[in-house]
Write a protein that binds this ligand. Structure first.
Ligand code: ATP
Ligand code: MG
Length: 348
């Protein structure tokens, strides 16, 4: 799946380069904690790049999706503020991109109802990402929202008719569900003039960055290096990262996932090939590797961290960005919902 999606991403990059105005992007994140390097190299860097190329971009603060596996009241406002600060610090520009929250766009959420009718329980059951997340969840029971959240994500993407979704590898099964929903809606209700596009995933060169424990770097797994961590915290986290017993450093993601993920991280920050980094470290072992990664990450993130600290001084910045984005998103969602109602013959 990933290999095919990577090949398609390379083709998409060419099309975007030729005509960025043809595309519309939607992506988002759950406000469950600070953004980390997995987000950054998996999707955030692509978002900023696309925005800067002139692709129309929507960025979703997926607050309702927090409810899938935890209590929404738990630090929500603070998490939303931190998330938007992260966006602004990495270069998402609220003048050009629409930053908005689920809870502020009821018309988007209303799409969930017809969309749920278009997928079967066994299709939802087969989703490997949901299975993995359930396995890592702290909740004993699986909620209905957890089980159906990929369909909610279809509403997130389709409400604004996005056709391009810069995401990490874990999102590929969800994107398949979105494509299925779009196709079935068009087939069932809108023959001739499709209402929805069939959106495609855009993968980055790091579609699955591992955390310090060697599993997917995740906000909720305690294995992440946050963009907003300071230089000392970053050094400490990288020092504690899992490696392996072999001293000679190589780049071989299949055989040596933990070491290779660290090598890749340094390479991404330095803008060089991971193999070159591995060769330079050679017999230096894990200690030299970790020193190199720490320096590269801290150098790369220094300007982002400085911007973040400056923006954090101005509380209105986040609030204004969200207020403007929510309003724009609501207008778009209302138009789409109207089209959906009319395609479904709800003319009353
Ligand atoms: P949570 O633990 O709360 O689910 P998360 O760290 O998994 O948080 P999400 O908000 O679920 O983050 O994911 C947001 C986006 O970041 C998605 O597009 C996802 O594919 C991408 N992403 C998350 N973690 C990684 C990673 N380790 N490598 C590459 N991309 C990632
Ligand atoms: Mg996640």
């Amino acid at each position: 799946h990933t290999t095919a999606a990577q090949a398609r991403s390379a083709e998409l990059e060419e099309l975007i380069g030729k005509d960025p105005g043809r595309f519309r992007v939607l992506t988002g994140d759950r406000p469950t904690g600070r953004l980390h390097l997995g987000h950054y190299f998996g999707t955030l860097h692509n978002r900023v790049r696309l925005q800067d190329l002139g692709v129309e971009t929507f960025v979703l603060v997926a607050d309702y999706q927090v409810l899938t596996d935890r209590d929404i009241a738990e630090h929500l406002t603070e998490h939303v503020e931190q998330l938007v600060l992260d966006y602004l610090a990495i270069g998402i520009d609220p003048e050009r991109s629409t930053i908005f929250a689920h809870s502020a766009v009821p018309e988007l959420n209303q799409l969930l109802l017809p969309f749920l009718s278009l997928v079967s329980v066994s299709e939802l059951n087969r989703n490997p990402t949901v299975k993995d997340e359930i396995a890592h969840s702290r909740q004993a029971a699986v909620s209905g929202l957890m089980f159906t959240y990929p369909v909610h994500q279809a509403a997130d993407i389709l409400f604004c008719k996005a056709d391009l979704v810069p995401v990490g590898q874990d999102q590929l099964p969800h994107l398949e569900i979105t494509r299925t929903v779009a196709r079935r809606f068009n087939d069932r209700y809108a023959q001739g003039t499709p209402v929805f596009p069939e959106p495609e995933a855009l993968l980055s060169p790091a579609p699955l960055l591992l955390g310090t424990d060697g599993t997917k770097m995740s906000k909720s797994r305690g294995n992440a290096i946050a963009l907003s961590a300071d230089a000392d915290e970053t050094a400490r986290l990288i020092r504690g990262a899992k490696t392996d017993a072999e001293r000679h450093i190589t780049y071989d993601p299949a055989a040596r996932p933990e070491v290779s993920s660290l090598v890749l991280l340094a390479a991404l920050c330095e803008g060089v090939e991971p193999r070159a980094v591995a060769e330079e470290i050679g017999d230096g072992g894990a200690a030299a590797l970790k020193k190199r990664v720490t320096e590269s990450v801290n150098t790369y993130l220094a300007p982002i961290r400085a911007r973040r600290a400056a923006y954090a001084e101005d509380r209105c910045l986040v609030r204004d960005a969200l207020r403007a984005g929510n309003e724009r998103a609501r207008a778009v969602a209302a138009t789409t919902l109207q089209e959906v109602r009319s395609a479904m013959n709800a003319h009353y």
